[in-house]
Design a protein around this ligand. Structure first.
Ligand code: FES
Ligand code: FES
Length: 153
């Protein structure tokens, strides 16, 4: 099947019901997408399908055909970061880093839908992304900064 990931088209020979996470990591080699729980409970594997956050461990490969898949690798580049990535850097959010690509993808998707989120919006939208290091206060602060940047842009 043909998948478009981070703007590049890939031809992959996989079963329709292979988790998109496995296709991204094992077939295409995008290691920025993380495997945490495998059962849509942690958010580490979050990517965008047509700009909307999904858990790639519970999205089948065939569901991504015809869609734009965006991973942390395609959200921005070191030279041209997405506002969420910039804010993450400013607030030095990451500790071990394992959950962070999923957190950033979830936050970017939320801000596309909710440009001026309340604290309650942030808590509700980010509640499915777990961080064992407890970076939640920094994540919230970075989201507020990113939201302001995006509204000014
Ligand atoms: S690995 Fe997909 S939600 Fe945990
Ligand atoms: S930064 Fe370590 S799990 Fe979130």
């Amino acid at each position: 099947m043909r998948l478009t990931v981070d703007g590049t088209t890939h031809e992959v020979d996989v079963e329709d019901d292979m988790p998109l996470l496995w296709v991204l990591r094992d077939e295409i080699g995008i290691k920025g997408v993380k495997y945490g729980c495998g059962i849509a409970q942690c958010g580490a594997c979050t990517v965008h399908l047509d700009g909307v956050a999904v858990r790639s461990c519970q999205t089948w490969a065939v569901d991504a055909v015809g869609a734009e898949v965006t991973t942390i690798n395609g959200l921005g580049t070191p030279a041209a970061m997405h506002a969420v990535q910039e804010a993450w850097t400013e607030h030095q959010v990451a500790q071990c880093g394992y959950c962070q690509s999923g957190q950033i993808m979830q936050a970017a998707s939320m801000l596309a839908a909710i440009p001026d989120p309340t604290d309650e919006d942030i808590d509700a939208e980010m509640s499915g992304n777990l961080c064992r290091c407890g970076t939640y206060p920094q994540i919230r602060a970075a989201i507020v900064t990113a939201a302001a940047k995006l509204r000014e842009a």
